[in-house]
Design a protein around this ligand. Structure first.
Ligand code: GLN
Length: 193
């Protein structure tokens, strides 16, 4: 059994839990999903998921509850993380916004809500490094990945990176939990199997 922690401040926890369970099942494993709202849970988790929501709110809670240093330890121990949308913003190096205290765990700078009003939300078939078939990506007030340092770009849309990997962390601008396709969760959590 793998213990999967989902930061449950905001965002669609149950969809992520379902995708984690599906990805684990495809490797013959069970997943026990723990919701993270306070400190003490992250150290018990094999893998972590930071969902979308509002990055200002999420980062404030992670700092206030003392969860942020636990996430840092998790990454330093080389344990996998999937961070989506606001989750990616929170883990980035810089979000160009003082209200977001970034954790500097993904070597990339991002810009919040950067796709513009007409493209506030959109869907696109994405080629993702490591996946054979395109992934149907749903973008909702998504961040733009402005520049990438040591992180590897896994996917781009319109010439802009929308999925990156930095060590054990995979970050996506889009919401991979909103389709039945668990391949991004699989890629983030079980790539070594
Ligand atoms: N717009 C949100 C933010 O900047 C992110 C949107 C999302 O997670 N779907 O924090």
């Amino acid at each position: 059994t793998v213990t999967a922690g989902v930061v449950a401040v905001q965002g669609d926890v149950s969809e992520h839990a379902a995708a984690i369970e599906r990805a684990a099942a495809s490797h013959g494993q069970d997943a026990e999903v723990r919701e993270i709202r306070e400190s003490g849970i992250v150290p018990e988790c094999d893998l972590l998921l930071l969902p979308g929501g509002e990055s200002t709110t999420i980062s404030r809670l992670l700092q206030r509850e003392g969860i942020a240093p636990e996430i840092r330890d998790h990454v330093e121990a080389d344990k996998p993380v999937l961070a989506t949308c606001a989750g990616l913003i929170v883990l980035s190096t810089d979000a160009n916004d003082d209200r977001v205290e970034t954790l500097d765990l993904v070597d990339a700078t991002v810009e919040r809500n950067a796709f513009g009003r007409q493209k506030d939300s959109f869907e696109a078939p994405l080629s993702v490094a490591g996946l054979d078939e395109p992934f149907h990506a749903v973008f909702i007030r998504a961040p733009l990945i402005e520049s990438v340092g040591d992180a590897e770009v896994l996917a781009a849309w319109d010439g802009r990176p929308v999925a990156v990997r930095d060590g054990p962390v995979v970050g996506t601008s889009f919401h991979p939990e909103l389709t039945d396709d668990a391949r991004m969760h699989d890629l983030a959590f079980f790539a070594d199997d």
